[in-house]
Design a protein around this ligand. Structure first.
Ligand code: SF4
Length: 357
């Protein structure tokens, strides 16, 4: 899908927009007003002024980030973390994946948009300049989809351009959309990486209601690549449905279309959930499997099951493309059983699993 008429596309997802005094003069707000012609915009002192009837997912709340705008990924107790830095640009997401972990900790329904990219850029600059020899990975896709609303606000552009000044920074924009076209013309892309979460189409259909399809995502990855970006792929969550290995293997095969040296990384993660999320997952078929609590309190497949899934998928990926592959939030034991070593001893991962802040 190519976004041509913003107003008609976003009218399904946005019925009102509230903005704070601090956000009032921002170019991002001006762009959104121009692109959402039929949506009411109202100024408020803060999120508490949003009327109860509008405290829902179809409301956008535009503000500026208060406090830290770039934070270390909290990781997970007993699991190896890739030391990623997260940028809270978009908080909340209308894509509605059934397994989305945001449901367990975001208790404010409107999607919050931090329009103050200047503050974010200054913080990135401070961290990047503090140790120019240390590779940094940071991204906006932890608290929402990096690109779902980005054509409206055009916030990622500022980050891409600012990060391009620092050769040690890889900025990752992670998405389940194909909304990359507004970013293709940026001249200095530096180490920016456009990343696509991948699942077999049958699972996209059943578990990711408002995401783009697999073909769209891979086509967008091709456009990003042709425009000069590096790309990345995330197989996360991998869900053990009947025939999962053939289905995921077929997706992995399609990565052969991408030159290995332009694939920054590929991550793997089996489906997992904290117990707070269970009540909100509903009765999804994939929950009728065996899950056990791990040391971090999250429920995962049994370790031998995970190891076998990771081995099988990592092998299939390796046949398609020789790019760095890592596991998200896995235990040292699983690392040893899948890759023979912890990430610190795998050469291709040394730039990914590094201490950050
Ligand atoms: S795209 Fe990501 S943030 Fe959005 S609903 Fe799906 S899992 Fe959650």
């Amino acid at each position: 899908m190519r976004l041509t008429d913003y107003s008609s596309f976003y009218s399904r997802f946005v019925t009102s927009v509230y903005f704070t005094d601090e956000a009032a003069g921002s170019p991002a707000l001006a762009r959104a007003i121009e692109r959402l012609r039929d949506v009411p915009f109202k100024r408020v002192k803060g999120k508490d002024d949003i009327p109860p009837a509008d405290r829902k997912r179809e409301t956008l709340f535009l503000t500026t980030g208060r406090g830290k705008t770039v934070t270390a990924c909290p990781g997970s107790k007993g699991h190896l973390c890739c030391n990623y830095l997260t940028i809270d640009l978009y908080g909340g997401c209308p894509i509605g994946c059934t397994y989305c972990i945001l449901r367990s900790y975001l208790n404010f329904a409107p999607v919050t948009v931090n329009v103050d990219t200047g503050a974010v850029c200054r913080e990135i600059e401070r961290i990047a300049a503090a140790d120019p020899g240390r590779p940094l990975r940071l991204g906006t896709g932890e608290t929402g989809d990096s690109l779902f609303f980005d054509p409206l606000f055009d916030l990622s552009r500022d980050l891409v351009e600012r990060c391009a000044l620092f050769p040690n920074v890889s900025l990752e924009l992670k998405t389940k959309t194909d909304f990359v076209d507004h970013l293709l013309g940026i001249e200095r892309k530096g180490g920016a990486v456009i990343a696509f979460s991948l699942n077999p189409q049958v699972l996209i259909d059943s578990e990711e209601p408002f995401a783009n399809g697999l073909d769209d995502r891979l086509a967008a990855a091709g456009r990003a690549l042709a425009a000069g970006y590096r790309v990345a792929f995330h197989f996360d969550p991998v869900i053990r449905v009947p025939g999962w290995d053939d289905m995921y293997g077929a997706v992995a095969d399609r990565l052969a279309a991408f030159p290995a040296e332009r694939v920054a990384w590929i991550s793997l993660g089996t489906v997992r959930y904290p117990k707070e999320l269970l009540g909100r997952l509903g009765e999804r078929p994939y929950l009728f499997d065996e899950f056990f609590p791990s040391r971090d309190g999250k429920f995962r497949y049994l370790q031998p099951v995970r190891v076998s899934m990771y081995r099988s998928l990592a092998d299939r990926i390796a046949q398609a493309v020789d790019a760095p592959v890592y596991m998200c939030m896995e235990s040292p034991a699983v690392w040893r059983r899948v890759f023979g070593n912890p990430p610190s001893k795998i050469e291709s991962l040394c730039g990914i699993f590094i201490p950050t802040m």
